[in-house]
Design a protein around this ligand. Structure first.
Ligand code: GRF
Length: 203
């Protein structure tokens, strides 16, 4: 399977996937990395790994629709089997999400359905939660609302800060995302109407 990764930032999740996909038995291949930000370090990581990159700079477009159409054209050119959002910080239009329904995955730093949106670590601290974590889900039209495929938990310690929590959660992200992408590439995960099938069974 052909994996295309979209990233806006530092790309530590991309790096984890690059490293995992180098394992001899990894079932997928990263064929391109795209970003909306020309300076994203994720692009540097891809180049280092000899992976093709492209940029669709959102600041150059008048509307979200035009940006998404250009991004969609770039993605289509690469004909991916799976579209991996790894810190891709743009809200996508309904048309875009529909076009890639069932093959688009996202990672979100909270135990969904709790804490959709931004600043999840601080919000967890403010709420006094003792358990926090990361979710990987199919992307549907609802922001951070698509069916969850897998989650990993971390414990919130009394002396945790938003930064220390982010670090703990990222450590889990880097383990979990390559595993879920492996399952997807192996054909084990499918998106139903509003649920996930794992090995053909609703999970
Ligand atoms: C991750 O924490 C992810 O959960 C969130 O954005 C961050 C991306 O980090 N959506 P990186 O670019 O993979 O380092």
């Amino acid at each position: 399977p052909r994996i295309l990764v979209l990233a806006s930032g530092s790309g530590t999740n991309l790096q984890a996937l690059i490293d995992a996909s180098r394992e001899r038995d990894y079932p997928g291949q990263i064929i391109a990395v795209g970003s909306n930000r020309p300076g994203a370090f994720a692009l540097e990581r891809a180049a280092q790994a000899n992976i093709e990159t492209f940029v669709v700079d959102h600041t150059k477009f008048q509307s979200r629709e035009e940006f998404d159409a250009a991004l969609m054209a770039e993605i289509r050119r690469h004909n991916p089997d799976v579209l991996v959002l790894a810190g891709f910080m743009r809200i996508l239009t309904t048309d875009f999400v529909r076009a890639f329904r069932g093959i688009m995955l996202n990672i979100h730093p909270s135990l969904l359905p709790k804490y959709t949106g931004l600043n999840t670590h601080q919000r967890v601290l403010d709420a006094g939660d003792q358990i926090h974590g990361v979710s990987i889900h199919f992307v549907t039209e609802e922001l951070d609302g698509g069916p969850v495929i897998a989650q990993a938990e971390v414990h919130v310690a009394p002396d945790d800060t938003a930064e220390s929590l982010a670090e703990k959660v990222q450590e889990k992200e880097h383990i979990l995302y390559p595993i879920v992408i492996r399952w997807f590439c192996e054909g084990r995960i499918h998106l139903g109407s509003d649920y996930v099938l794992f090995d053909g069974e609703p999970m």
